[in-house]
Ligand binder design. Structure first.
Ligand code: ADP
Ligand code: TZD
Ligand code: MG
Length: 600
């Protein structure tokens, strides 16, 4: 390791190099050699010291040996077929565990493949660290054409919450600690950690190396809300005639489940869960207003957002969804927003009572101000919500009992709904357009953090990465409901699922295409429409190719049998469910976001 002493810049490193005889030269003078450590081992020790036990990645220069050594050191290393899927796995592991999910990649192309997932983690407020090996700085910076040359740090910066590079072995402890703190503290996000190839073989004195590591203390410090902000929020909520609580995935992430439930129940306020907050309280809870969403949003007068942003998923808090006269006008609601980010309030409409702090502390503080004399919402409001809910639930029940051939999204998802009800600990992964929207509204969730999906970007491709991570970090059964297009983005990871023998049951809602499978090429030419796939594709054979179970089903009864067997056996299973190819709508529920051509 000739570089170590000369390249070391920090005083401690210089001292270390002088104090510790090298192993190689030690014996000549009769002095006992001092044990050394190196970059590889320091990275592993730093991660382990901080409770990281799983790494998602894909080997190659310069991190191949790191993946081996991580495994030797007792960490779980899950090796993927494409870095993007490893990255999505890391991001959702972060959401599920409150520990940063680690994705490990090679330089340039591997790094870029992981980068989408890093940006996704930042966008969704999930703690994740993308660790990429990188090429020689001297060559990269002079653009001399190194193997996989790229200035990765610069490219990662705008997409990450923070980005760091470590050049010297003795700085690995600081680098890993900073990455963990940045990922977890405040609003969680994606962090990039650049580890150049030359770092790994750098040797330093073992004791000095050990001493340089940092066990991060209180990585996500509680942020206690100010008492006057708590009072303002409570006063506003108390004044409401038609209050509503909206729970977002920040509330699910916070793991303050019991207090959130107490807040909802003690106030008696109807609540709406955002997609990944479903199950925070059971969707069957009497105060759940999901089935009356389009009624409560425009009608509510005071809305308390808990870990949910007023972004596109909530129509920016304005427009017709909120009772505004036109697309841009505000609906007149007053808002309380509970969020850890002090900059979130007023991002779209006025927030009358921002409550800044971590959700656990904020909800506790709110609860402290709610006693038995807290006025329940007026019964006119709660019964109006209940009436609307009843009507919509009855309408839905009618649709669900229909048994058309080929299967509709609804008749297939009625089965998934029953299976999830019978297996409330199973984690549901969901992506697609119609396959997403129908599942979200039909399949009830019963426990917190059991539904993971396309998130803030409506991203396709999270599917198999999420399946692997959810099974690996929780040990629970995973059920994935996948559009056939959505599945294609990560389908090769069925091999990963089989290789690690994970209890994953994938159900493909196969309607032969993106949104629908019945479009034709308008020119009459021989190429198919850009929106359709090979008809009646046999996706289940992909699972069989790797030793898993593949099942082709065309009826709800067959689907039920296949899902029950998958869950009983815990074997990797792919069920190809044939759905009416004309059953979907363009972009599912968000058709209106498609720009319309002016020229006819
Ligand atoms: P959804 O898509 O479910 O509406 P968003 O991702 O838009 O949810 O919003 C999540 C919000 O939760 C973000 O604004 C984020 O700052 C916030 N958040 C995340 N974790 C915490 C936490 N521990 N305490 C408080 N707020 C949090
Ligand atoms: N690429 C990425 C990364 N994310 C996206 N959201 C899209 C493309 C665009 N897109 C959607 O928004 S949904 C979807 C695409 C390609 C697939 C819909 O088809 P599906 O689902 O088969 O998955 P349904 O059930 O047929 O609607
Ligand atoms: Mg489809």
């Amino acid at each position: 390791m000739p570089d170590t002493a000369t390249k070391s810049a920090t005083p401690s490193a210089t001292a270390t190099a002088q104090d510790a005889p090298k192993v190689a030269g030690g014996t000549e003078s009769g002095v006992q050699p001092q044990p050394e450590t190196d970059g590889f081992h320091l990275v592993i020790d730093a991660l382990k010291l901080n409770g990281i036990d799983t790494v998602f990645g894909l080997p190659g220069i310069p991190i191949t040996d790191l993946t081996r050594k991580l495994q030797v050191a007792g960490m779980r290393v899950i090796s993927f077929r494409h870095e993007q899927n490893a990255g999505y796995a890391a991001s959702i592991a972060g959401f599920l565990t409150q520990k940063p999910g680690i994705c490990l990649t090679v330089s340039a192309p591997g790094f870029l493949n992981g980068l989408t997932a890093l940006a996704h983690a930042t966008t969704n407020c999930f703690p994740m660290i993308l660790i990429s090996g990188s090429s020689e700085r001297e060559i990269v910076d002079l653009l001399q054409g190194d193997y996989e040359e790229m200035d990765q740090l610069a490219i990662a910066k705008p997409l990450a919450k923070a980005a760091f590079r470590v050049l010297h072995a003795e700085d690995i402890g600081v680098g890993v600690a900073r990455a963990i703190r940045a990922a977890l503290s405040g609003r969680p996000g994606g962090v990039y950690l650049d580890l150049p190839a030359k770092l790994f073989p750098q040797a330093i004195d073992a004791a000095a190396g050990k001493g340089s590591l940092i066990k991060v203390v209180d990585a996500a410090p509680r942020q206690i809300p100010a008492p006057d902000a708590v009072k303002r929020a409570l006063d506003l909520l108390k004044s409401a005639k038609k209050p509503l609580i909206i729970l977002g995935k920040g509330a699910a992430y916070a793991q303050a489940d019991a207090d959130i439930r107490a807040l909802v129940e003690k106030t008696g306020v109807p609540y709406l869960p955002m997609s990944m907050a479903k199950g925070l309280l059971p969707d069957t809870h009497e105060q759940c207003a999901s089935a009356a969403r389009s009624f409560v949003l425009p009608e509510a007068d005071v809305v308390m957002l808990i870990g949910a942003r007023l972004n596109w998923l909530l129509s920016h808090g304005k427009g017709k969804t909120w009772g505004g006269a036109s697309a841009k006008t505000w609906g007149g609601q007053k808002f309380v927003q509970v969020d850890i980010s002090p900059q979130e309030a007023d991002s779209n409409v006025r927030i009358d009572a921002p409550l800044v702090g971590d959700i656990g502390s904020c909800v506790k503080a709110l609860l402290a101000g709610i006693d038995t004399r807290w006025p329940k919402p007026p019964p006119e409001w709660t019964s109006a919500v209940a009436d609307r809910k009843k009507k919509n639930v009855a309408k839905m029940a009618e649709t669900l009992t229909k048994d058309p051939s080929p299967m509709s999204f609804q008749s297939a998802l009625n089965v998934v709904r029953d299976i999830v009800k019978a297996n409330p600990d199973a984690i549901l992964v969901n992506e697609g357009a119609n396959a997403l929207d129908f599942t979200r509204s039909i399949v009830d969730m019963y426990k917190p953090r059991k539904r993971i999906d396309v998130g803030t970007w409506g991203i396709m491709g999270i599917g198999m990465g999420y399946c692997v991570a959810a099974a690996a970090v929780t040990g629970q059964q995973v059920i994935a409901v996948e559009g056939d297009s959505a599945f294609g983005f990560s389908g090769m990871e069925t091999e990963t699922i089989c290789r690690y023998k994970l209890p994953v049951c994938i159900v493909i809602m196969n309607n032969n295409g993106v949104y629908r499978g019945d479009e034709a090429n308008p020119t009459g030419g021989s190429d198919p429409s850009p929106l359709v796939f090979v008809k009646d594709a046999r996706y289940e054979k992909l699972m069989e190719a790797f030793g898993g179970v593949g099942v082709h089903v065309t009826t709800p009864a067959e689907l039920r049998k296949a899902m029950e067997e998958a869950i009983r056996s815990r074997k990797p299973t792919l069920i190809n469910a044939v759905i009416d190819e004309g059953g979907g709508t363009e972009s599912g529920r968000i058709t209106s976001l498609n720009p319309a051509a002016k020229k006819k």
